[in-house]
Design a protein around this ligand. Structure first.
Ligand SMILES: [Zn+2]
Ligand SMILES: [Zn+2]
Length: 164
């Protein structure tokens, strides 16, 4: 990996693990592209599988650092700060996880209003199943697609609300 600045020596301990995420991501993207034609024929949004892989691995990688630093407290602050500075993880997502109600957030796109495809105030994956059922009962005309399942069409997340 090439970095913009010299990493602290302690970064070596986790460098291999971070590289593994990157390698996995590259492989998944290739696989997703191979599936793209088939997906399109099946009516899936073009690029959804690829987006979904990017979201999943970025999320895992960010969670790994989040846990190491905030939960297990095993990561030196200078290494953490350097990782943030180099943007090796999703820094916006990590910042959101510290907020109440956002602890399990899948990706920042799903709380970015401009990108909502459903026209709702929140992305489908941000609505808990209970809330969805209540809402569906109230609303008589529920779009079929929404009814079928609650997988989000932005990143492929199947629900990321925090458990009560
Ligand atoms: Zn998402
Ligand atoms: Zn979503």
């Amino acid at each position: 990996m090439l970095y913009n600045s010299i990493p602290p020596p302690e970064f070596k301990i986790i460098e291999g693990k971070l590289n593994e995420f990157d390698i996995k991501l590259k492989e998944r993207i290739i696989e997703a592209r191979e599936q793209a034609k088939e997906d399109k024929q099946n009516g899936l949004r073009e690029g959804l599988r690829e987006d979904s892989e990017i979201f999943k691995i970025t999320n895992e990688k960010t969670r790994y650092i989040f846990n190491l630093y905030y939960v297990e407290k095993k990561l030196p602050k200078k290494v953490f700060d350097w990782i943030i500075k180099e943007k090796l993880i999703d820094t916006l997502l990590l910042a959101k996880w510290k907020k109440k109600g956002y602890e399990q957030l899948c990706c920042v796109r799903c709380i970015n209003r401009k990108e909502f495809l459903t026209g709702d105030k929140v992305c489908i994956c941000r609505v808990s199943t209970n809330e969805q059922n209540k809402k569906n009962k109230k609303k008589k005309q529920v779009k079929e697609a929404e009814n079928k399942d609650s997988v989000c069409t932005l990143c492929g997340c199947s629900g990321c609300t925090s458990k009560p």
